[in-house]
Structure formats: C-alpha cells, structure tokens
Design a protein around this ligand. Structure first.
Ligand code: SF4
Length: 455
C-alpha cells in the first residue's frame, strides 16, 4: 500500500499525510468519560461527534457516549446558542447525568460561539452542572483537547480551601484504563490516599454484567474533583499533557504539582513511586521491589537479543518519551521519535533523554510530524522495530519491520486498553512484546540451520 513512498524528503508546510494525531474533541470527550455520571457534549454538527465516538469506540471496544448540539445551516449562520440550550434541557430530561461537559468543534469555534455565556443563560436543574472548554481542532491535537477539558473541569469545580484534606491528587495523563488501574494499584501499595482525575477505569473497560448502564460505576466523582482544590499535592504524570491542568489548579487553588514523565520504564516508575512515598512516608513494599527486580532480570536476560537494535517510536508526546526511556534502558536506540502533536517541548525533552544516554547524534526527533515523513526516514535508514499506533502498520508491512502496538489509537487489536504499559508490570509487558516481535522476525527469515530452539 505504501510501496510508492519516495525516499527523497521535500519540505512540506501546508500538508499532512497520514497524520500522527487526531482532533481535539476526541481527547476532550475521553477526559469527560473519566468523570462519573458525566455526559460529554459536542457543540457542533453530528458528523464531528460521530467521528469522535467511533474512534474511541474502536480503540476501547466499548461504547463512548456523547451528545451533540446538532448544528445545521441555521446554527452556522445565527450561532448555536439555541441548539445547545435545547440540547442541555433534553439531555437532563432524557439521560439524567449529574454533569454535562461541553466542548467546542472547528465549526462552533470558527463562528465564534461563546459557550461560557450560553451556559450562564441556561436553566440548569438544581443539583446539576454544565461545564465547558474550548477545543478548536485546527490547532493542537487530541492531547490538547484532553488537557483543555481537564482544565475546564478544574476551572469550574475545584474549590480552594484553607484546610488541606490530606489527599494526593494523581493526574494520569492520556493513557488507557489499564494504565490508570496500574497507577492506582501502585498508589495503594504505598498507602496513598488519592484522587485520580480523570479516571476512565470502570468506564472504558467496564465488564459485561448483562444489564446496560449508561453511566458505569467508574469515573472520578464530582465531589472529588471539587476536593482537588485542597489536596496536599498533585502528582501529574505526563510532562507535556499535564502542564495546563496543573497551572490552572495552581492559579485557582494554589496547589503545587510534581509534574513528571509517564511511569513507563524503570526510571520513570521509580520516580512515580518515590514521589508517592515522599508524600505518604511509607516504605516501598517488598512486592514492588520484587516486581522491579523481575523486570531488571528480564532486561538483562534479553539484552543479547535487543542491544543496539533501532526503534522508530511514534504517537502521543508523553507516550513516545516514556517508551523511548524504556527502549534506552533495554540498550536499544530510539532512532526515530515522532509525534503529530505540535509541542516544541517534546523535542527538547527528547534531546535531554537522548543526551543522557549519549545517543542524540544517532537519533531524529520531530513534533508536528506525520507518518509519511517517518516512512521516508525509514526508507533512508531502516529500523529493527516500530512501536506505536495502528496507523504505522502500513509502514511495517511495506518495509517488513516488526511492529508493537502501543499508545492511542490501537484499532486493529483487542484487550490492549485493559493492559498496562506503565509501572514495572507495564514495562515487563512492553519488553516481552518488543523482544518477541524481534525474535519472531528472526525466526521467520533465518536459515533453517540457524533456527534456535533455546535462547
Ligand atoms: S470538523 Fe474539526 S472537530 Fe469536527 S471532526 Fe473534523 S477536525 Fe474534528
């Protein structure tokens, strides 16, 4: 399918081919799904929300509920105020959420709809709430939408208090529910009293019970989001994704944050655990030490097969940085690191990481890139493995490169969203996937006499 991608790289400014990102409302919708009894609402046309819901449903293999202001020609000309007011009334009447989280779309942003004013003019039932954030999709990516919606919830709900409630706030970053469960498991092992926000575990990985429930058991409670304004500190996982929500919480409620990388790989997981234990004063339990020892052991055992191998890593900025850290710990080289999200800080953080391991001169890093360009890089100098979203599979096929699926979206496999890539357990899973992908190719292409039974 991509056999005709040319090797020669020409400068492109106004065109993205095979983008490595999706649109802001997708992230905003995902964030809102991580709040209990919340109805995400898309202020735009039906086409937008159909796309947002379908990409989430395809990744998580779960329904992604959302409503729409259902713009038609009239709303485009006269504004969507009456649409959203009618929609909010209908949503509370029919679906009975506790809160509606509105995000804008390209269309409503372009015509300049002022959701803030519309919300103030609404007749909202007692005890119910409507919040909003702006998600113009012609800037940024789903990552911007995710942190804009987090900031929107904090702006509307977090309550400043004189007395600290003693809790730790955990911002998990744009990760799967399986990752959130693993972050919570670790926090519980070090006896942290925490609030995770948002929390899509129990929502986007909810079990089949035989009975449909529009609002599954999971999700951060509204009361807990209010309490974020009085926590001891926030541990924010995802240095790029979590800057904005932490800044808003600091400005509104004067809460400090430890903003750190996603806990992917050993060093980043260590940092998460140490940050938790500094706040809880708890000892690191033996069970975590054991998990750490196991992953170090596996990395040592497998190093002969992966040392010096080159990886192309692409996807969301914090996920790429985290996976690159793990790959470096394995003795591999993250030859290409690419994100579609336009964030200069991605390149700076990648350079710091690569310098730490002394491999910066062997690697290429790009933010606001696309997979067409990644393919061109690979055509000029190939890699041993691709690690990233489903959209790299055509490159993997065209160039016969093993591929490990990680990040968002993964549309063509199942069960991934329930499994972590964070923590020592997640590192173990990633190492196994990377190692097996490389060895599978080796077994496939080697001469019969070289087909090893024992490694
Ligand atoms: S029009 Fe904008 S908001 Fe709607 S689906 Fe397209 S990029 Fe997303």
């Amino acid at each position: 399918m991509l056999d005709l991608t040319p090797k020669e790289i020409t400068e492109r400014k106004a065109l993205r081919i095979n983008p490595c990102k999706t649109c802001q409302p997708v992230g905003a919708l995902y964030c809102a799904l991580g709040v209990h009894k919340c109805m995400p609402h898309s202020h735009g046309s039906q086409g937008c929300v159909s796309y947002h819901r379908s990409v989430l449903a395809r990744h998580f293999k779960e329904p992604a509920i959302a409503t729409t202001s259902s713009f038609s020609e009239g709303a485009c000309v006269f504004g969507g105020g009456s649409n959203v007011k009618t929609a909010v009334k209908n949503i509370f009447d029919i679906y009975d959420p506790d809160i509606i989280a509105c995000h804008t779309t390209c269309l409503s942003e372009t015509i300049g709809d002022d959701l803030n004013t519309y919300i103030q003019q609404m007749d909202i039932p007692t005890g119910k709430m409507v919040i909003h954030c702006n998600t113009p999709s012609y800037v940024g990516s789903h990552i911007n939408g995710f942190f804009n919606m987090m900031a929107g919830f904090i702006e509307y709900l977090a309550e400043k208090a004189d007395i600290c409630n003693g809790k730790i706030g955990i911002f998990p970053g744009f990760v799967n529910p399986g990752d959130m469960r693993e972050m919570k498991r670790i926090a519980e092992l070090v006896k942290a009293d925490y609030i995770m926000f948002p929390d899509t575990s129990g929502v986007m990985d909810a079990p089949i019970t035989g009975r449909y429930s529009m609002y599954p058991k999971g999700g951060t409670k509204i009361a807990d989001i209010k309490k974020l304004g009085a926590v001891r500190r926030i541990i924010a996982l995802g240095e790029i994704t979590e800057q904005e929500p932490c800044m808003v919480l600091k400005r509104k409620c004067n809460i400090e944050s430890d903003i750190m990388p996603l806990p992917i790989g050993i060093t980043n997981t260590d940092a998460y655990i140490m940050s938790l234990t500094r706040l809880t004063n708890a000892e690191v339990p033996y069970s975590l030490e054991e998990e750490r020892g196991q992953i170090v052991d596996i990395m040592l055992d497998s190093s002969a097969h992966v040392f010096g191998k080159k990886a192309a890593i692409y996807g969301d900025p914090d996920t790429v940085l985290g996976i690159a850290a793990l790959v470096l710990e394995m003795g591999m080289i993250p030859k290409y690191m690419l994100t579609g999200t336009p964030m200069d800080s991605f390149s700076k953080k990648a350079q710091v990481l690569l310098n730490k391991y002394g491999v910066a001169d062997q690697c290429q890093v790009k933010a606001a890139g696309d997979l067409f360009e990644l393919h061109q890089w690979i055509k000029n100098e190939t890699v041993d493995i691709l690690i990233g979203t489903t959209y790299g599979k055509q490159i993997a096929k065209a160039e016969d490169i093993p591929m490990v699926r990680a990040g968002f979206p993964v549309l063509d496999r199942h069960a991934h969203a329930l499994q972590p890539i964070v923590g020592y357990k997640g590192a173990l899973r990633l190492v196994e996937m990377i190692l097996n992908a490389i060895l599978d190719k080796q077994d496939r292409i080697c001469a019969d006499e070289d087909l090893e039974i024992v490694l």
